[in-house]
Design a protein around this ligand. Structure first.
Ligand code: G6P
Length: 470
């Protein structure tokens, strides 16, 4: 059976694994031979030519160092100040410095040159996310004939937002060098098709995108998920229970409204706090009876727009405190720190409302994890943005327009007032959808689609099944 080579900007480290994605890919790599390839997290004086292998809890990880300048242009620059905001339809927050493109391209070339000598002819390569769009082109230019798949973890933009990206034609041509492109949601597939079919000419665009031939590239939605059963177990583990007790002591009878997000402008945090402010302003009865906890670990904080989001959030949380807090009651707690999965699972289980209201999001796994962690006898309510990919999977959540803070405030009121029968019946549908869209099946279905030639041998699904019953 072919080996699997996973490629992503960040590589997994030793110790407990934070996310479901890393767990699932580890599982794939432990059942099928292969390795993970990506940035080491280190900066070097000279560009590294070779990757060095490390054993990370039994998994082989090949890592490469980048120079400070290249890393800046590739990561903070092109990836996170141009692609990220544009793909999230926040052109107002994009910094279009077109020279960053050269650094982005250089790093992708460096990845390809270091990866190529490690490849066998029938290795299946699975590239992850917007940092590495050109990788297949770079590998093919060096002679790689392998099957190469690309998975975009973030939303695909509308055509107009894509046109605002320097060298977008070349990036689309890069996408056409993959055998399979996976998106999170049907809306992303539709946006991609819209671009591929109707391309606008540009005087300075360079490449005429009309001539991009996507006929050899399969494009499909593969909505990612979590491991809801594992979360259900984790939520009653001793570490989670400790967190639940600690919170119960602090909360007393108050209902908890919980948000957990990286501190990113795409997550709609100021709008979310404003919605909570409206809930308290319009419904006197909730004061002293609810508490909002927002967990927001800092992210990409060298980038100005991220610092501004953090400042904005400080300001609005301060305003709500000033308006509603009393000497013996605080309406909200806001922590800019990351917590481990067990503590989060405990918080999710305790929360009467899971508030997941990004302005735009690829999928949003917090929604999946919140559902997984609920107590079946007394589940909480998920308030979910209709602009998260998760909205396609979870129509039984209370779906809101996160830009409309009156609507979100009303959804909060409905969630807090919802009777147990309705909570249970909504949660049962949500949990069944979370189980159907679990992360193991996600990885298997992508790989089975990318490597259909392996079908006559044992499929990835059979191998993983055998491993799990063994
Ligand atoms: C999103 C992206 C990932 C990225 C993660 C954390 O989920 O899709 O590719 O790794 O954010 O962001 P960071 O910039 O810290 O890697």
């Amino acid at each position: 059976m072919s080996r699997i080579v996973v490629v992503s900007n960040r590589t997994p480290g030793k110790g407990p694994v934070a996310g479901g994605l890393a767990v699932a890919l580890r599982k794939v790599l432990s059942e099928r031979e292969g390795f993970w390839f990506g940035w080491s997290g280190k900066l070097s004086e000279q560009p590294a030519r070779e990757a060095h292998f490390e054993d990370v809890d039994g998994m082989q990880v090949a890592k490469i160092d980048l120079t400070r300048d290249d890393h800046h242009a590739y990561y903070a620059g092109f990836s996170n100040s141009i692609l990220w905001p544009s793909f999230h339809l926040r052109l107002d927050l994009a910094t279009i410095e077109s020279h960053w493109y050269e650094g982005y391209r250089r790093v992708n070339g460096q990845f390809a040159r270091a990866l190529l000598p490690l490849l066998k002819p029938d290795d299946i390569i699975w590239v992850h996310d917007y940092h590495l769009i050109p990788l297949a082109s770079e590998l093919r230019a060096l002679g790689a004939r392998n099957r190469i798949g690309f998975y975009l973890h973030i939303p695909f933009p509308t055509a107009d937002a894509l046109y605002a990206i320097p060298n977008h034609g070349e990036l689309m041509r890069d996408l056409s060098r993959y055998d399979l492109i996976g998106f999170q949601a049907n809306r992303d597939v539709a946006a991609f098709r819209e671009f591929a079919e109707h391309q606008a000419p540009s005087t300075f665009g360079g490449l005429n995108t009309k001539h991009i031939d996507f006929s050899r590239t399969d494009v499909e939605a593969f909505p990612i998920g979590s491991d809801p059963n594992a979360f259900a177990k984790l939520a009653i583990s001793p570490a989670a229970t400790k967190m639940v007790h600690r919170m119960k002591r602090a909360l007393g009878e108050q209902n908890l409204i919980l948000g957990v997000d990286r501190l990113d402008y795409s997550k709609g945090l100021p709008q979310r706090v404003e919605a909570y402010e409206k809930l308290l302003a319009n419904n006197h009865r909730f004061r002293r009876n609810v508490h909002m906890l927002q967990v927001a670990p800092p992210s990409r904080d060298t980038i100005k727009e991220y610092q501004e989001t953090s400042d904005q959030l400080d300001a609005i949380c301060g305003r709500v405190m000033g308006e509603f807090a009393e000497p013996d009651w605080a309406p909200l707690t806001y922590v800019k720190r990351a917590y481990g999965q067990p503590s989060l699972a405990g918080l999710y289980r305790l929360a009467r409302v899971g508030l997941v209201t990004p302005l735009r999001d690829g999928m949003n796994l917090v929604a999946h994890e919140y559902i997984g962690a609920q107590n079946p006898e007394n589940p909480g309510v998920l308030v979910l943005s209709r602009f998260a990919g998760a909205a396609e999977i979870f129509p039984e959540a209370l779906l809101v327009n996160p830009f409309d803070t009156d609507e979100t405030a009303e959804a909060l009121r409905m969630a807090l007032d919802m009777n147990l029968d309705e909570r249970k019946s909504r949660w049962q549908s949500l949990m069944s959808a979370a189980r159907t869209h679990n992360v193991d099946d996600w990885a298997i279905s992508f790989l089975d689609r990318l490597a259909p030639a392996d079908k006559d041998k044992s499929s990835t699904r059979d191998i993983l099944y055998l491993a799990s019953v063994a």
